[in-house]
Design a protein around this ligand. Structure first.
Ligand code: NAD
Length: 366
């Protein structure tokens, strides 16, 4: 890279610092980066009383890209259970997405050949799977009006609202991504828009709006699928999907289901992007895995692959992204596995976070 990229690093909680630390070693092996590290989530609550400070938001705004680990843990869940008004770690994540205007979340699902046997699905079901979930990130039920009322012995409500412009811009991201993915490929671009239009008014508006945007993309094949059907089709015929575009809540659930196709949450990267020229946020799909935090056994590969997405989509350096992805491929092919990936098959050896990082570095120096 010609100049030093400014990266804000937000390790977060649980395994976050371990996997982000290992990923920085990999980044340093391929380029020159200037890091500033900040607290987010539970770690920020402990220090500042809130999950996200204005200072961190400003630092992210001034950066070229943001690399995040994960947030959350039982300690803060317990505090909220005792006092529902206590700050929650996820407020940091939702807040930074909102502040940076990150309305699109891109999650590729493409099983690694060396890991096909560790998928809970049969080989013939997942072979050939190469899909992208494009999830709307700043609207819908997670950001709607919510609260509690005293009626009927205590009632809680969460409103799901979407505006036409919100649906239009995420739909365009999906159609553009489908075109990009189809470049040089035999099969043409396809988009599956997922909703619950048989029940929800917000989904009916979603479907109408997607159809209108599709008129600008006559080369892209579009179909509409109900979310419950999509949940089934994703496990029965995942290789038939290309790009899936959906709203926030459905995307949250479907992309975790997609994660299982790869055999482990520890393998899934994600990119969140907003307006052109603004910094994107790159993070693994998995959470802070408090059950294994501090054991040295966390799988850092999803974070390293998120760093590859950061290089490709955030810093315009696809070549370095390819190098990281090939190095990860090489490590898996050599049989090294963190416990979440270990199946006991011949040729596999169980290793920890640091050994995986060292193996990726060794692949990069080949
Ligand atoms: P999780 O993804 O943290 O863990 C689910 C399971 O997968 C656990 O058994 C965990 O050990 C394992 N796992 C996850 N990542 C792994 C990795 N890199 N290597 C090896 N194993 C891995 O989900 P959860 O248990 O539902 O949530 C734990 C905490 O994380 C909660 O506080 C939750 O709110 C938070 N969370 C945060 C994010 C985020 O920061 N983006 C996402 C989901 C959950």
């Amino acid at each position: 890279m010609s100049e030093t990229s400014r990266i804000v690093v937000l390790p977060g909680d649980g395994i976050g610092p371990e996997i982000v630390g290992a990923t920085k070693e990999v980044l340093d092996a391929i380029g020159s980066f200037e890091y500033t590290e900040h607290l987010i989530g539970g770690a920020s609550i402990d220090e500042h009383g809130v999950a996200l400070t204005d200072e961190v938001v400003e630092a992210c705004r001034q950066s070229d890209a943001v690399l995040l680990g994960a947030v959350g843990g039982p300690k803060w869940d317990e505090a909220v259970a005792n006092d529902p008004t206590a700050p929650r770690p996820e407020q940091g994540l939702l807040g930074i997405r909102k502040e940076l205007g990150l309305f699109a979340n891109l999650r590729p699902v493409k099983p690694f050949p060396a890991l096909i046997e560790s998928s809970p699905l049969k080989r013939d079901r997942i072979e050939g799977t190469d899909l992208l979930v494009v999830r709307e990130l700043t609207g819908g039920i997670y950001f709607g009006d919510s609260g509690r009322r005293d009626d009927n012995g205590g009632t809680a409500y969460d409103e799901c609202a979407y505006s036409v412009p919100e649906i239009e811009r995420i739909t365009r991201v999906a159609f553009e991504a489908a075109r990009q993915r189809a470049f040089g490929r035999d099969a043409g671009p396809r988009v599956t828009s997922v909703d619950k239009a048989n029940v929800l008014e917000s989904s009916r508006l979603w479907r109408e709006t997607v159809k209108v945007v599709a008129e600008d993309y006559s080369d892209v094949e579009l179909d509409h699928m109900l979310v419950d059907n999509t949940a089934m089709q994703l496990v029965s015929r995942p290789a038939d999907f290309d790009v899936i575009v959906t709203e926030n809540l459905f995307g949250d659930i479907l992309s975790d289901e997609g994660a299982m196709l790869t055999g482990s949450l520890g393998m899934l990267p994600s990119a969140s992007t907003g307006a052109e020229g603004e910094p994107g946020l790159f993070e693994p799909v998995h959470g802070s895995a408090p059950d294994i935090a501090g054991t040295g056994s966390a799988n850092p590969l999803a974070t390293m692959l998120s760093a590859a997405m950061m290089l490709r989509y955030g810093l315009g350096n696809g070549e370095s992204a390819d190098r990281i992805e090939s190095a990860v491929d090489g490590v898996l092919a050599s049989g090294l596995r963190t416990p979440d990936l270990f199946s006991g098959a011949e040729g596999e050896s169980k290793v920890g976070t640091e050994e995986v990082a060292a193996a990726v570095l060794a692949q990069l120096s080949r």
